[in-house]
Write a protein that binds this ligand. Structure first.
Ligand SMILES: *[C@@H]1O[C@H](CO)[C@@H](O)[C@H](O)[C@H]1NC(C)=O
Ligand SMILES: *[C@@H]1O[C@H](CO)[C@@H](O)[C@H](O)[C@H]1NC(C)=O
Ligand SMILES: *[C@@H]1O[C@H](CO)[C@@H](O)[C@H](O)[C@H]1NC(C)=O
Length: 361
């Protein structure tokens, strides 16, 4: 029932504030309109390029991209999105659509909506300097119900990105540098995401940030500011940080945060005992941050409808691309062990999943 309430509330707030990416869109990327005024273009094969391919579909602006095929598109090189694009992965039949073996890049573009897309870079991409999703210098972008795994540089690289939302998504099992997301410039919103088995950057927030209802599992360091690019404001509300086998210091849920950062923290929990039960303790002391008594962003409290424990249930049920596939099911199963399963990995192979670790769609 709480989920229904949250959904209705989210829809209400999206209408009330004139946000229009889709019903329920939240945060700084929610005003993106994508390709809504343009034409619908169908991806009709899984080819890397050519007529009917994803690469061809996203090569021009003012498009809504839909899918007549399901399965993995194996990239031969990074694919660049155009501005004013909507990608509706949920239109794919059967098991849905995934992109593997290369970076998807929105670099330098503006006004993008992406939903229900799986992006799994992995070691089949020989360019270790690339990420699963690159939104460097991108503006007005919302990524919702997406699944990002096996990123090499960052999973989501958002250096120089302005007005961004990552919501209801899975950011898991990074390889290479083993990082989650890196944001500079902003503002950014991270809402209702599941972050699993990263060394650090969940996210690295060098911007004004909303971080609400996230679940972070098996972290070495989670919410990080690093303090080297300036002083920012952070609303950190109703998140659950859960230690796993790779967690050496559960207090690193908040990492490298000094008094230059101003933080409103409320309703956060850390479960540090790895005992197979969700039984964390409240922890709203964010490093050495300057404590704010009210959020900096006026939408933060309305967005925080679920407690951290409610978010755990909701996020495990709903995060990531629909329908949930082999890789995401594996990721969620690790979290449900609540401390006993999970590792920070070097290759998708290490998961033991089918298709060389990419899973089968
Ligand atoms: C897609 O790739 C296959 C295999 O290389 C090829 O036979 C087919 O012609 C391609 N389709 C298009 C529309 O280019
Ligand atoms: C793709 O799907 C759309 C919508 O159902 C349909 O109109 C179109 O003909 C399909 N294209 C192909 C090549 O199957
Ligand atoms: C970001 O969003 C704000 C508020 O809607 C808007 O004023 C600003 O122009 C946007 N920035 C960019 C680069 O689009």
């Amino acid at each position: 029932m709480w989920f229904t309430v949250a959904l209705i509330t989210a829809i209400f707030f999206s209408i009330a504030s004139g946000q229009n990416a889709f019903a329920g869109a939240v945060g700084f990327g929610a005003a993106a309109t994508g390709g809504n005024d343009g034409t619908t273009v169908y991806v009709t094969n899984l080819n890397d390029s050519g007529t009917g391919s994803f690469r061809d579909a996203v090569s021009e602006s003012n498009r809504i991209i839909e899918f007549n095929v399901s399965g993995y598109i194996e990239l031969a090189s990074a694919v660049s999105l155009s501005s004013d694009i909507t990608i509706n992965g949920q239109t794919a039949p059967d098991d849905g659509i995934g992109i593997m073996a290369g970076e998807v890049s929105a670099s330098g573009q503006n006004n993008i909506i992406i939903r229900n897309l799986r992006i799994r870079q992995g070691t089949l991409d020989s360019d270790t300097g690339k990420s699963a999703f690159n939104m460097g210098d991108t503006s007005n972008i919302i990524l919702d119900h997406c699944s990002f795994e096996y990123g090499q540089w960052d999973t989501v690289d958002a250096v120089g990105a302005v007005n961004i939302t990552v919501s209801n998504s899975i950011i898991a099992l990074p390889i290479g540098q083993q990082f989650g997301a890196h944001v500079e410039t902003g503002p950014s919103t991270f809402y209702g995401n599941l972050w699993v088995s990263a060394h650090n950057r969940q996210p690295l927030a060098k911007d004004n940030t909303q971080y609400i209802n996230n679940i972070v599992y098996n972290y070495q360091a989670a919410y990080t500011t690093a303090d080297t690019s300036g002083d920012f404001y952070h609303d950190i509300i109703n998140n659950y940080f859960i230690a796993g086998p790779s967690t050496t210091s559960s207090g690193d849920a908040f990492f490298q945060v000094n008094a230059g950062q101003t933080v409103y923290a409320s309703g956060n929990f850390i479960d540090s005992n790895k005992d197979g039960t969700l039984n964390g303790e409240a922890d709203n002391t964010v490093g050495g941050a300057t404590v704010a008594s009210t959020p900096w962003a006026d939408t933060s409290l309305n967005m925080a409808m679920l407690s951290a424990a409610e978010a755990y249930t909701s996020v495990l049920e709903n995060a990531g691309a629909t329908p949930r596939d082999e890789v995401d099911s594996y990721v969620v199963s690790l979290v449900k062990s609540l401390g006993t399963e999970g590792a920070i990995i070097g290759s998708q192979d290490d998961t033991g999943l089918s298709n060389g670790g990419y899973g089968t769609l």
